[in-house]
Design a protein around this ligand. Structure first.
Ligand SMILES: [Zn+2]
Length: 197
């Protein structure tokens, strides 16, 4: 199993990822920012209908370390509520922007923090081939892969990445699906991967 995750969307490019997922019968997790969910509500609904998972990436890409608990609650709850209103889906995972959070974040947000174990650096390289190569070289069972569906070169890598992973025998699952098979999720913990115990 491998969990592909896409941050900072939804965007105009998100349908490219969804198209690839449907070709390879896969699921992914989209950690969305609240400011974009209304604009791209169709993609969000389509993702949910396909069995993908929507995670919380705050309302406006805040650095949670700089916020009070009340402010953390606000930026998390606003996003969760917006997703719920648009799709009916509950948002149960938090990916803090920049991977930045503090101990009080768990209590304030009331959900586990999901980090990653494979960082494609796609936002930096803006290279389709570098993104494909990174995932192909580093993929392993239980990995969480970080990408961003805000960038065109990233979504253009989706088909090749999924084709490769499927032919290598991986199931493309959401974070919650993988967690369910690998010990579950604790709302007061941060996770970077879900290896078999
Ligand atoms: Zn982000």
């Amino acid at each position: 199993m491998i969990a592909l995750t896409y941050d900072d969307g939804p965007s105009a490019y998100t349908p490219v990822v969804l198209d690839a997922l449907s070709r390879y019968d896969g699921h992914a997790t989209f950690f969305v920012v609240g400011t974009s969910v209304t604009r791209y509500a169709d993609s969000l609904r389509r993702a949910v209908a396909m069995g993908c998972e929507i995670g919380n990436h705050t309302y406006d890409h805040s650095n949670l370390k700089n916020l009070s608990n009340v402010q953390v609650q606000s930026v998390v709850n606003r996003t969760g509520q917006a997703v719920k209103d648009l799709t009916g889906a509950d948002v149960r995972l938090l990916r803090p922007p920049y991977g930045s959070y503090h101990g009080a974040t768990f209590t304030a947000a009331g959900m586990p923090v999901i980090l990653w174990s494979i960082d494609t650096l796609d936002w930096k390289t803006r290279s389709t081939s570098a993104t494909i190569q990174c995932v192909e070289q580093k993929a392993y069972d239980g990995a969480i892969v970080l990408m961003h569906d805000l960038h065109q070169p990233t979504v253009q890598a989706a088909d090749a990445i999924m084709k490769h992973l499927k032919s290598a025998g991986y199931q493309l699952v959401t974070v919650s699906e993988m967690a369910a098979y690998r010990g579950g999720l604790d709302a007061h913990k941060a996770y970077t991967q879900f290896r078999k115990s």
